[in-house]
Design a protein. Structure first.
Length: 315
């Protein structure tokens, strides 16, 4: 049980490391609209997922009812299409730090949602973790809101919309995985990719045919490379790792794993900008990491049982 728990945490950290790359993609392709970035990424995700799932497609199709397909449609929209359009718009309008800050609220939102689940850790035991996370985000907020040329209102609104979409995805996806015993974490990720790719086809028409502004061939090849890399690293690999973490960990603890998306997003942003983190940014990373550690300790397997044994012995 403890080994399963640790593997879930490791998968959540690895998923965050890959997901952190999505904050760089809009900065690498500033000439392309957010809707184009989203359509390109998820068309690539759909194609790759379809190729990988093809050998087991018939068997998988028979295991799923309409309720599961409907869930995949909603997850594809909330966690992929809508989320990435809003995130890309937030990065381009408000900067990487602003987008990282707002999306960094997702662990708190998911942890609170998971605290109501059956057999969840009491919310009072999660208070230290939540307070550390809030303090860390407050440190990031100070720099993000005071930085010149960032923190615009449109960027903030897009980031808040992305936060709502992403939180809905994490909670719904975790609960679906808990119900599906016949589908692996990898298969569920690939099925999500296939459905998302179909949804991206609808998005691609206005994204590429109706959007104004031409690009040179070199820019298109760069765009294709970025979309393909993000699809493989963030969507195929990152989502598979995240599904492993979601299945292995309680929702409240899995929610805290999203902090690593923020931490790695900030790290990649520092590397892209060629600078060291400021004092407040360094403090934020320490506090956010401390919040995850506190949450992991609160969810340590066997802890409630040991406490119960001590109470029985005392009585």
């Amino acid at each position: 049980m403890i080994g399963h728990h640790r593997r879930g945490i490791a998968a959540g950290i690895a998923a965050g490391a890959l997901w952190g790359l999505i904050f760089l993609a809009p900065a690498l392709a500033p000439g392309f609209a957010p809707v184009q970035l989203s359509a390109g990424r998820y068309l690539a995700y759909g194609i790759i997922a379809a190729l990988l799932v093809a050998p087991s497609w018939n068997a998988l199709r028979r295991r799923l009812a309409w309720a599961e397909w409907r869930a995949l449609i909603l997850l594809g929209l909330a966690g992929n299409i809508v989320y990435y359009v809003l995130l890309a718009a937030a990065v381009q309008a408000g900067g990487v730090a602003m987008a990282s800050l707002v999306i960094g609220l997702a662990p708190i939102a998911v942890t609170l949602a998971g605290s109501r689940d059956r057999h969840a850790v009491p919310l009072r035991r999660l208070v230290p973790s939540l307070l550390l996370s809030i303090a860390g985000l407050a440190c990031i907020a100070g720099d993000a809101l005071n930085a010149p040329g960032t923190g615009s209102l449109p960027g903030l609104l897009c980031a808040l919309g992305a936060l709502l979409s992403w939180t809905s995805y994490v909670v719904y996806n975790s609960r679906m995985l808990a119900r599906l015993a016949t589908v692996s974490a990898r298969e569920w990720s690939l099925l999500t990719g296939v459905v998302t790719g179909i949804e991206a086809l609808v998005l691609a028409v206005p994204a590429f045919l109706l959007a104004g502004g031409g690009h040179e061939a070199a820019a298109w090849w760069q765009f294709i490379g970025i979309a393909g890399a993000v699809a493989v690293l963030c969507s195929v690999l990152g989502n598979t790792l995240w599904n492993h973490a979601s299945r292995a960990l309680p929702l409240a603890l899995a929610g805290q794993m999203i902090v690593f998306e923020t931490l790695f997003g900030l790290l990649y942003g520092f590397l892209w900008e060629g600078r060291w983190p400021t004092l407040s940014e360094s403090a934020a990373m320490v506090l956010l990491t401390g919040g995850v550690v506190c949450c992991a300790v609160a969810h340590a397997p066997g802890k409630p049982r040991r406490a119960a044994v001590r109470l029985e012995a005392a009585s």
